[in-house]
Design a protein around this ligand. Structure first.
Ligand code: ADP
Ligand code: TZD
Ligand code: MG
Length: 581
């Protein structure tokens, strides 16, 4: 037996008998057979050896400091690759820590599989108080797309296959796979084990739209005087980049990208109406939604953002039939995968399709140019402390010069303003808080972006947002990843200027003033920078990104510059009690 085999075969029965395999090896073999090469997780009973063995068998196993971040890494790996990202955790508390990421992945339609070890079924079900006892399967079920438990080693192949298919097919989402401790040590004949594995054939089969649906959609489009395309993150996920670009350019229809669809076509494209978003939504008469839901981020397709009631007709391309009419009537539902649907529309347009009316294009272009011109001077100030605009103006130039870098972005003002100011040039380069507006995705997304793509990562983080996953800077340093984090340090949530009216405690929204987040990075061997104006910021980011090494830049932002909740302050409930004069 080789030295390596000695380390990985911790099961004495297998060591003695090479014709046997066990649960540990079957899980690893099933994942590898399906092209899954990376596991994100946190070790502990009963999955420590699973991680060790997976690493010894050539898989990449990235260990985090907290399962939520490992889960976020797995989720975004799924978004970037269309293969389910794997998160591996221990029982009860580790499982629960991973569950937020699983639910968030499901909400955002990212394929991931949360694999958690679990305690003895016999003891859990009688509630006799096992180590980390919890009925994990029951808890996971309502929070994900599908949940499975495997009790016999011979079923591992099927269990993993079902999990992969459930995560990737149709509308992608999160899947929970429960693996009780006892399963890992179960032994079976090696050949029978091999034969029990399933390589999932065509995990996300093409779903071609009905020809009638395409004809109906084209009829509606043809009648439009002010048509608009809205690209959502489903369009980014679908990796149908060339077809989508061809659709926009052939139809001549202006488009608005949702946050994570930015860069699908460059934000500088002549048909981009991103900088004229309000006008585009309000004044359009026909809207083609491609992989974007009419949820709160699009004002549910109604209300004043959409002009006069009934003035907008919606065509929707989505793989999930039940998405249609979820908020308003969809006059032309096109159910299928985005690649097939967009191609079918293009084929239907053929040669000689009448491009969108030029007065509409000109209106949007004028609005867009005016908005950009209005913004320009704000981006150029070199004052100290920096405004959000000035700091983002510097980062905007850096992203323009480094279009293949991946931008991870979270916060409130730091998020909303960066989304508007930083142009993206390539698909799937902008990763952010998604459908829930969840804080804490930053470091998990950054790790997976670097691991999965090998590209440099720039994280633009509010100081509050960063705090949710900040301990993972150690993970970034441990794996030596090319991640440059810029913390927009305005001393708090939205602003750093609030006070407790009683004078007793710090206000609920503020942090220790003038904190030095850069020193957290230095603590683990990365490079820290402390910058107070845009020139320093530019120099630091360029130096950090050229080095390809972990770096954190503490960027001092004017504590008074931000607004409550960034762009979505109107969602804050107002007290029903009038203040006494
Ligand atoms: P955004 O937040 O960018 O507006 P959403 O997450 O609301 O985007 O919408 C994404 C939509 O894309 C979901 O309704 C999902 O069902 C759909 N979707 C995801 N992948 C595909 C695909 N390959 N083909 C068609 N629709 C898809
Ligand atoms: N918890 C979670 C998991 N998600 C959330 N969205 C929030 C809390 C509430 N929240 C926001 O919506 S933004 C935000 C919180 C706490 C932080 C904003 O502060 P910041 O950004 O420092 O990150 P700015 O630049 O100061 O606005
Ligand atoms: Mg802040």
């Amino acid at each position: 037996m080789t030295a390596l085999a000695k380390i990985v075969h911790t099961n004495p029965e297998i060591e003695a008998e090479p014709d046997l395999t066990d649960g540990f090896h079957l899980v690893i073999d099933a994942l590898k057979l399906n092209g899954i090469e990376t596991i994100y997780g946190v070790p502990g009973i009963p999955i420590t050896d699973l991680g060790r063995m997976a690493q010894a068998e050539g898989m990449r196993v990235i260990s985090f400091r907290h399962e939520q971040h490992a889960g976020n890494a797995a989720a975004i790996a799924g978004f970037l690759t269309k293969k389910p990202g794997i998160c591996l955790t221990v029982s009860a508390p580790g499982f629960l820590n991973g569950l937020t990421a699983l639910a968030n992945a499901t909400t955002n339609c990212f394929p991931m599989i949360l694999i958690s070890g679990s305690s003895e079924r016999e003891i859990v079900d009688l509630q006799q108080g096992d180590y980390e006892e919890m009925d994990q399967l029951a808890i996971a079920k309502p929070l994900c797309k599908a949940a499975f438990r495997v009790l016999h080693a011979a079923d591992i192949g099927i269990g993993v296959a079902r999990a992969i298919r459930a995560a990737c097919s149709g509308r992608p989402g999160g899947v929970y796979l429960d693996l009780p401790a006892k399963l890992f040590s179960q032994v079976m004949d090696a050949e029978a084990g091999r034969n029990s594995l399933v390589k999932v054939i065509d995990p996300a089969p093409a779903q071609r739209p009905a020809p009638e649906a395409i004809a109906r959609a084209l009829e509606v489009l043809k009648s439009a005087r002010r048509p608009l395309i809205v690209l959502g993150k489903g369009a980014a996920y679908a990796q149908a980049d060339d077809a989508i670009r061809a659709l926009v350019e052939t139809s001549g229809i202006p488009y608005v990208p949702m946050s994570m669809a930015k860069g699908l076509l460059p934000d500088t494209h002549p048909l981009s109406a991103g900088a004229a978003r309000s006008t585009a939504l309000k004044d359009s008469d026909v809207v083609l939604l491609i992989g974007a839901r009419l949820n709160w981020l699009l004002s549910h397709g109604k209300g004043k953002s959409w002009g006069e009631p009934g003035s907008t007709k919606f065509i929707q391309i989505d793989i999930e039939p039940r998405e249609m009419d979820s908020n308003v009537e969809i006059v032309a539902p096109v159910v299928g995968d985005i690649g097939s649907c967009v191609q079918a529309l293009l084929d239907g347009m053929g040669q000689g399709w009448q491009q969108a009316p030029s007065d509409w294009i000109e209106t949007l272009k004028a609005k867009r140019d005016a908005n950009i011109a209005k913004m320009a001077p704000k981006l150029m100030s070199n004052a100290s402390p920096m405004t959000f605009h000035a700091a983002l103006g510097a980062l905007r130039t850096i992203v323009k010069e480094r279009p293949d870098a991946i931008l991870v972005n979270e916060g409130a003002n730091t998020l909303d303003l960066a989304r508007g100011i930083i142009d993206m040039y390539q698909p799937r380069k902008r990763l952010d808080v998604g459908t829930w507006g969840i804080m804490g995705i930053g470091m998990g997304f950054a790790v997976a972006a670097a691991v999965e793509t090998g590209k440099p990562v720039l994280c633009v983080e509010g100081d509050s947002a960063f705090g949710f996953s900040g301990m993972e800077v150690e993970t970034i340093c441990r794996y030596g990843l090319p991640v440059c984090i810029v913390v927009f340090n305005n001393n708090g949530i939205y602003r750093g200027t609030d006070t407790d009216p009683t004078g007793r405690d710090p206000a609920t929204t503020v942090f220790v003033p003038d904190s030095r987040y850069d020193r957290m990075m230095e603590a683990f061997g990365g490079t820290g920078y402390h910058v107070t104006n845009p020139d320093e910021l530019t120099r630091a980011v360029n130096e950090a990104m050229n080095s390809g090494r972990p770096a954190l830049i503490n960027a001092v932002i004017d504590p008074a510059a931000g607004s409550e909740s960034g762009n979505i302050g109107s969602l804050n409930p107002q007290s029903g009690i009038k203040k006494k004069k």
